[in-house]
Write a protein that binds this ligand. Structure first.
Ligand code: TRP
Length: 343
């Protein structure tokens, strides 16, 4: 692996290890990572420190979930030979960068971040906001810039984070020296997959997710219970396809476009029942998930391999982050050569 020698552009992206990944993660970001890992140098960060910003009372959940998330990555086809998978808190340079970046943003700007605002409301943080939570976008800017990422494949809710990162990069580069890279967000084809209950997005806390690790039976149950068109009472009533999650999932996961078009056509006319549409979806989803299940099962027989992937990825990531850190310190004239002489 001579990744460091290549001229490839870089990707950095990541997930909080608070639970298993679901189909929403797949369409929003994972599919792009798999697609691009040949043409880009890929860094995939497991955001354990960020997860603590709202799970600080339960740090114990991280250890198990880190491995689960890595298995999810491997199951979708992220290849550890091509993508560097690492644990955020094991790269101290990220925390160090964040300390310096914190001076380059105002509290008012952080309070205006739409994603932070939404999450604050969701988590009931309005009246007792942990400072760590408010500043997590700055940490995320450190995640991205430590690797000088050019591209960040993410779901739509992460766009404000990329914007915030770019502001920090511009501020840093103009104040000190041009060492940081402005990243660009890359949205998946389906920027947002609705939950099985029809809500705007899949969310573990709402319990409206289909997980990448779900077995065929779980998929069947969840799809059969799925929200469809509430205005349609009988199979002979004309139904709505747009905004109907069952059809959104068909569009995202059913490779048989002729079947999907036919189902849509008959649904609009009132010539097909929900059960038939759902049965086809169950088949399409299980067809998509089957190779993932096989890959996961293979890795589950060799848990040590998972640890090795994380250890090696973290080691490689640290090399890159250290290099950026040295450039940042030099740009800010806080590399103090007189102090490092004695080392
Ligand atoms: N905030 C992202 C999420 O909740 C996870 C994340 C942390 C991330 N650091 C990142 C994503 C850097 C992209 C780049 O899903």
């Amino acid at each position: 692996m001579t990744r460091k020698m290549t001229e490839k552009k870089r990707i950095l992206t990541g997930d909080r290890p608070t639970g298993r990944l679901h189909l929403g993660h797949y369409v929003g970001s994972l599919s792009n990572r798999v697609k691009l890992q040949d043409s880009y140098e890929c860094y995939i960060l497991i955001a354990d420190a960020q997860a603590l910003t709202d799970h600080f009372e339960h740090p114990d959940i991280l250890q198990k979930n880190i491995r689960e998330v890595v298995k999810d990555y491997l199951s979708v086809g992220i290849d550890p030979e091509k993508s560097t998978i690492f644990v955020q808190s094991m790269i101290p340079e990220i925390a160090e960068l964040a300390v310096f970046y914190l001076n380059l943003v105002t509290v008012a700007r952080l309070q205006r971040n739409p994603t932070v605002k939404d999450e604050m409301r969701q988590k009931g943080f309005e009246n007792n906001l942990p400072a760590g939570f408010l500043v997590y976008p700055v940490h995320q800017a450190a995640d991205i810039t430590a690797f000088k990422a050019d591209l960040v494949p993410v779901g739509k809710d992460q766009l404000p984070m990329i914007e915030q990162t770019n502001e920090i990069v511009r501020r840093f580069n103009s104040l000190y020296k041009k060492v940081l890279v402005e990243p660009e967000a890359l949205l998946g084809d389906f920027a947002r997959l609705p939950g099985t209950d029809g809500q705007a997005k899949m969310s573990k806390s709402i319990g409206n997710c289909i997980y990448l690790a779900d077995d065929a039976e779980a998929v069947k149950k969840k799809v059969m219970r799925m929200y469809t068109d509430p205005t349609r009472l009988r199979a002979t009533d004309p139904g709505h396809v747009e905004g109907n999650p069952v059809f959104t999932y068909h569009d995202a996961f059913n490779p048989n476009k002729a079947e999907v078009d036919d189902l849509k056509d008959r649904y609009r006319k009132g010539a097909v029942g929900d059960v038939e549409v759902k049965k086809c979806l169950i088949e399409a989803l299980n067809h998509f998930l089957e190779p993932l299940r096989e890959r996961r099962a293979r890795y589950e027989q060799d848990e040590k391999k998972i640890d090795e992937i994380i250890i090696e990825g973290t080691r490689q990531a640290r090399v890159v982050a250290r290099e950026t850190m040295a450039q940042v310190r030099s740009a800010m004239h806080i590399d103090y050569p007189f102090l490092s002489k004695g080392e």
